[in-house]
Design a protein around this ligand. Structure first.
Ligand SMILES: [Zn+2]
Length: 289
């Protein structure tokens, strides 16, 4: 108590010390006010960060579409192979010189390995779509691993090599699953940006029109080679996509073409007006736009 009294007294006995304390008090008051004002934006920023799915530096492993410089797209066919429809589709693809990607079901591969082998031989990509089409997001890690391993084995036995891409059934997969599957199997997770909802069997014309309306350069088009209407829609779909200038590649080829989302940062830095005045020439881009 005696010490505290001495301290209080000492402030008033030394004018310089009193001035210094006043300054300190002012600084503290200012910081407090500033902190109060700054708090809401900081909280906001944190909330926004939590919503961001992955840090920008982490390598991308999930793809709905690909940013490409050119009119390239990937046609993908899920749930096969089908004994009747897949060979029919392969004939069509051969006529049009189109390379596609088949996301196959392991069970079907085991039943018709010769169809999968033919598809691979003719330049198409074979990718995994699980063993029996379950919902990965609702399964144990062990069950998902077994689905993937059996399918990988069946594909390897049919075409001599493992797939590098996975499309989870229904597109249903957790962030955690994506990560460990990528780490264990090396798969990229491929979803889609064009969905004609062909599994609802709306008729070939509707399937074709939906695909034509939604497809852009870099699109990954989803459909199923187990529905007769889908295969029936393909000749005119291919014709019209070709007429719009699109070029067909496999998903892995499309991924390899990925270009930065801002491909001309220097032009933008120099001046947006200049960049706008002279847009870079992209061969055949944005057909239909
Ligand atoms: Zn499927």
């Amino acid at each position: 108590m005696a010490g505290s009294a001495t301290y209080t007294r000492s402030i008033f006995y030394h004018p310089l010390m009193a001035k210094y304390c006043l300054l300190l008090a002012c600084a503290a008051a200012f910081s407090f006010t500033f902190a109060l004002r700054a708090e809401p934006p900081v909280q906001h920023a944190e909330a926004a960060q939590q919503k961001t799915p992955a840090p920008p530096n982490e390598p991308k492993i999930t793809f709905n579409s690909v940013h490409v410089d050119g009119p390239y797209i990937a046609m993908t066919f899920d749930d096969g192979p089908s004994a009747v429809l897949t060979p029919k589709l392969l004939d069509l693809l051969a006529t049009h010189h189109i390379k596609a990607t088949f996301f196959v079901i392991g069970e079907n591969v085991a039943e018709h390995p010769e169809i999968v082998a033919r598809a691979a031989r003719e330049g198409h990509e074979i990718a995994s779509h699980s063993w029996s089409h379950p919902n990965f997001a609702k399964m144990s890690q062990e069950s998902v691993r077994s689905q993937l391993q059996r399918t990988d084995d069946a594909i390897k036995s049919a075409i001599g090599k493992s797939p590098t891409l996975l499309r989870p059934p229904y597109g249903s997969i957790t962030e955690r699953e994506k990560r460990w599957i990528h780490d264990e199997f090396g798969y990229d997770i491929v979803l889609w940006d064009v969905d004609p909802l062909d599994w609802k069997r709306p008729g070939p014309a509707v399937v074709r029109n939906r695909i034509l309306k939604e497809t852009r350069p870099g699109s990954i088009v989803l459909s199923h080679d187990i529905h007769p209407g889908t295969v029936e829609a393909m000749p005119s779909t291919f014709d019209e996509l070709e007429a719009k200038g699109f070029k067909f590649v496999t998903v892995s080829e499309l991924l390899a073409m990925a270009s930065p989302v801002t491909p001309y940062p220097k032009a933008e830095a120099v001046g947006k007006t200049a960049a706008k005045a002279a847009p870079p020439a992209v061969p055949g881009s944005s057909p239909g736009d």
